[in-house]
Design a protein around this ligand. Structure first.
Ligand SMILES: Nc1nc2c(ncn2[C@@H]2O[C@H](COP(=O)(O)OP(=O)(O)O)[C@@H](O)[C@H]2O)c(=O)[nH]1
Ligand SMILES: [Mg+2]
Length: 400
């Protein structure tokens, strides 16, 4: 591949070559084509790959027809993630809580569906500071959803993969009733809200016993480690594991051991969106709601779709809440238009994370990076893999 197409396009091409399924190859090739600069020197590469893409699409079509005839269909509730995925949920009520109105307010889509019963998810893209957020407006959750009422299982299973669950609560109704229903159904479906994943890993091994290791001083802070080990071993055994290594990284509760053995348990971040904030008395309700759930929900946002009210920097608020930062890559002095999103959950992300995120080959043949940090004075620095990054850093990777 010619080297004047830029590192991101090159990396995308590499990912295309590495892709194993038709769908993935199509996505990668589309990504590549969107990244490659269009001019005379790249004309042939672009045409060649457009043709490859067309061929892949034909193959995909053929595959779809085949799988349909075999009765295998993708669930209409299954949504392919694009960017940062936010899912709007609410209880079932007439008139509706205002999910579709919020979707429309943020993304401009689905206007005609407001005030109507929407049995299937509606999707739109909201962009803030060039970061893309996929907003999914889910059908309402009914009582008994965890047991399958109203497509509850399909709806809730989508929540497991999203980045943020938005509990939509109608501020003109009883907020506790709405929250209780949602919290119950999610809890029954083993979705844990705004809790950190337990500090434990359990691996099956070939050895003939269960071994428990306490790997941090925090983990060892217990009056009777021997007794704790016995209890953990028993729970793990009861969970069907006879041979395994249990690693503990912090203070652990026995319930968390049970959770760690259950693959359907998911730890999700969530916020509350109060709706219809223009109606009378909703200001008071908003403050009560915020206060009542302040332990479990540190972020509660009031909105009014009718008045067009939602924080102007909603995207930034979400990114901060999810502890993610955005940085920009640069190639030959040209800064990429789209930022790259990095997790900043326990430790500050480094150049290594950027290299791996773009493509492993950048990490493997890494030489050095240039970081430009805007501040009081613009600073330009030559750095290595361990250099810690901050929001809006500009990074140029150099390989050997
Ligand atoms: N007063 C007021 N009514 C709203 C607001 N948002 C939605 N509604 C109304 O509430 C009803 C349900 O809205 P919709 O977005 O379809 O709710 P959904 O069923 O949760 O998707 C419609 O009649 C909307 O016009 C709002 O911010 N203020
Ligand atoms: Mg709706």
């Amino acid at each position: 591949m010619s080297s004047n197409i830029g590192p991101e396009a090159e990396a995308a091409y590499q990912k295309y070559l590495d892709a194993t399924t038709i769908d993935e190859r199509i996505n990668r090739l589309e990504e590549f084509l969107s990244l490659v600069p269009k001019h005379k020197a790249t004309e042939k590469i672009v045409a060649l790959n457009k043709s490859r893409l067309a061929k892949l699409r034909r193959e995909q079509e053929a595959q779809k027809i085949r799988s349909k005839s075999m009765g295998k269909q993708v669930s209409p509730f299954s949504i392919k993630k694009e960017g940062i995925q936010l899912i709007l949920i609410s209880d079932y009520h007439t008139p509706g809580v205002g999910k579709t109105s919020i979707l429309n307010l943020l993304t401009g889509t689905a206007k005609e569906k407001i005030g109507k019963f929407t049995p299937l998810p509606e999707i739109g893209i909201y962009e803030y500071n060039k970061v893309r957020y996929q907003i999914v407006d889910m059908p309402s959750i009914m009582e008994g959803a965890a047991n399958g009422i109203g497509n509850g299982k399909e709806i809730i299973s989508q929540l497991r993969a999203c980045d943020l669950i938005c509990f939509c609560v109608d501020l003109s109704r009883n907020y506790q009733e709405q929250m209780n229903l949602l919290l119950n159904e999610l809890s029954e479906s083993h979705i844990r809200i705004n809790l950190p994943p337990p500090p434990i890993t359990i691996e099956k091994t070939g050895s003939n016993k269960i071994q428990v290791f306490y790997l941090t001083s925090e983990a060892k802070k217990n009056n009777n480690l021997e007794e704790l080990t016995e209890k953990i071993t028993e729970i793990v055994h009861a969970g069907g594991i006879r041979n395994g290594i249990v690693k503990i990284f912090g203070q652990i509760e026995l319930d968390q051991v049970v959770d760690a053995l259950n693959p359907s348990v998911a730890y999700k971040k969530a916020i509350i969106l109060g709706t219809k904030g223009d109606l009378s008395l909703t200001k008071n309700t908003f403050f009560e709601l915020q206060n009542y759930y302040s332990n479990q929900f540190p972020l509660v946002i009031g909105t009014s779709a009718i008045k067009g009210e939602i924080p102007e920097d909603f995207g930034k608020i979400v990114l901060t809440f999810l502890k993610k930062i955005k940085i920009y890559t640069m190639h030959k002095g040209v800064i990429a238009e789209k930022p790259l999103i990095l997790d900043c959950i326990q430790i500050q992300p480094t150049i290594r994370d950027v290299a791996i995120k773009i493509h492993r080959s950048f990490y493997e043949s890494f030489d050095y990076a240039i970081v430009i940090r805007k501040g009081v004075k613009q600073k330009k620095k030559k750095v290595g893999l361990n250099y810690e990054l901050k929001e809006n850093d500009i990074i140029e990777l150099h390989t050997k």
